[in-house]
Design a protein around this ligand. Sequence first.
Ligand code: ATP
Ligand code: MG
Length: 761
Amino acid sequence: KRGTNLDYLQGLNTSQRAAVEQIKGPVMIVAGAGSGKTRVITYRVAHLINNGVDPFNILVLTFTNKAAKEMRERITKVVGGEAKNIWMGTFHSVFAKILRVEGHHLGYPSNFTIYDTDDSKSLIRTILKEMQLDDKLYNANFVYNRISSAKNNLISAAEYQKNEHIQAEDRSSGRPHLGTIYQTYSQRCFKAGAMDFDDLLFNTNVLMKNHPDVLYKYQNKFKYLMLDEYQDTNFSQYIIVKKLAAIHENLCVVGDDAQSIYGFRGANIQNILNFEKDYPDLNIFKLEQNYRSTQNIVNLANSIIAKNEHQLKKDVFSTNEVGDKIKIFRAFSDNEEGKIVAENIAQKRSLSGSPYQSFAILYRTNAQSRAMEEALRKIGIPYKIYGGTSFYQRKEIKDLIAYFRLTFNPNDEEALKRVINYPRRGIGNTSIERIMISANEHNISLWDVISNAENYLDSRTAVTVAPFSLLIKSFQAAAATNTAFDSAMHIAQHSGLLKDLYEDKSIEGLSRYENIQELLNGIKEFSDREDIEEKGLDVFMQDIALLTNEDNDKDPNADTVSLMTIHASKGLEFPFVHIVGLEENLFPSQRSLNSRDDLEEERRLFYVALTRAEKNIYISYATSRYQWGNLNNCEPSRFIDELDPQYLDLDFRPKSNSSDSSSFENERSSWQPLDTFSKPKPQTSRPKTTSILPKAHVPSSGFTPSDTKNLQVGMEVEHERFGYGKVVNMEGKSPDLKATIFFKELGQKQLLLKFAKLRII
Ligand code: ATP
Ligand code: MG
């Protein structure tokens, strides 16, 4: 035994400990939320190492890279520095790393580019244009999803085109060319030396299938495999794991079918059932005690998930305190919902003495964060958004990175298209089209054309592109000898990008310039690191497409409220959780209402949200919400009706914090306690709402839709929340008359008059 510190075994209950100590053979734990599945994996890794297993022989696959990082930190506490040698991360990051080494077997360079979703869709749009297909019928998102799902089911482009069932399906949907698009897309990616996200798994499968020697090498490297969140692995991932584990069969998977939120039609429950078939001598462990949440929360979550037909039976209980009941409130609008949530957090924080870190706001769609952010900002609550647009997705960052990408992989078509004429250097669309036509004609990359322009282009175009090709070659020369930072700085300056951003003195321009500086700072830090040997810009670049904001968090310990979608909250826990926007067509989402399976997936999502909370849950919904620029009336979600009232606090009224009230213009909130969970009662008096106008300007007469019968273009109006504006256009017929109004403070909005709270002035 390497270590002597076995104290960690004390922190496990009997079944958890049994699972940790079952070192050999296939192990499966299917258990409810908060029952310690992730904890078992963590301790099991520590236990393996303590029992002489070499950390180099362990592979752990997690849901996010951040989860892997935290796990590694915990393991380090038990086994020490050796923990850094464990392979740990998401499927994508782990197999990208392997493909860098082994990709040459498939004809890929080790510095292959990883296309992110934007790159993939841009390439699809280019192909659609070349094929002259209707981009409404062949919408890029649709095509992307179709190709993605084929790859995740291990169907290659060639197989796709041969499969009669798929062909018939495409023909009947009126999109017979999908197979050809898939084929062209794959060829173009290959030619560009690029893999998209799905290729990282697809190509790993191809590698393992066609190169048994390579497979054998990794089977013997990863003698012990562990996999968290097993319920959300797709077919492609499932096959990778199965193959890797085939010789030693030391495979431990943990998951919860009730938390499967990325699948369709029960495919993931199938994974769990398959597992039992694949490994007849499987050791199954049951964990039933939830350590995370109060009894009320566990019981409420159980009562919700019981409504699903498709689920494996589980008994989850908690011996924690009974705890407070779950609180529900409704707000008049999305903005007001944000206001109440923010106020509640401020108040709860001062009453309980808990830091901001203890609070999370969970929502169904990213768009809902706006109202929350505004309200939090207004009263000065610090927050962090998880899983939002990554820093690396910003335009200016992607532009500079495109130059880096080209430097190391000049065949990268998407990077080339992005910067060939940015900053402007006189290479117009006609020239670009000529390059593309020539590349397609000779079946070579755009770079092959450009770097041999005299052979492939007419002399005028050749002269136009020559400086660009020289520029990229000079970057390659600079990057070959310099550190990451010096290369990056050289490229930022000589590409003209830094100057272009510097000269833009608008506020946005300034912030773009700062972002570039931030990126360069990050690269400097990387160059200065002492714990790694290879410090070239190419190394820095390798996984950049897979990074999220969280991986790049400069200040992970900052005391902030966490905002995120429920999808992103998987595996996490917070003492206080707000779940907002419980409205029909939002949660459950509109798209899920067509089938029972989709609705069940939404319900599992709700179960995930509820089970993130340790102490308190606040559920809220608004009776009106802005979506796509229109104010819509909303109905409370059916999930609210499904909540068992015995666990609910029906009299909850978030209190107005008088010392803080100035920030809310001294207005009382319009939230109301709920006395019933059927639909909201018709309101007898119109609730007061927050106005963006100074109080003195709020007219005493109400704003009523009937005021607007005589509305005409040119009239000045006042909106209850948007303030003063002028009607610029009217369209539609009563009762669906719409007005486009230019508001002084907010700009142009289109409103449906039957709902708009307007007054003619
Ligand atoms: P999820 O399904 O949400 O991913 P999980 O099953 O992975 O949940 P963990 O996150 O591992 O559960 O554990 C939930 C919480 O309970 C954690 O804070 C963990 O430290 C704690 N916990 C788990 N087991 C024990 C135990 N035996 N004693 C004390 N605390 C425990
Ligand atoms: Mg977990």
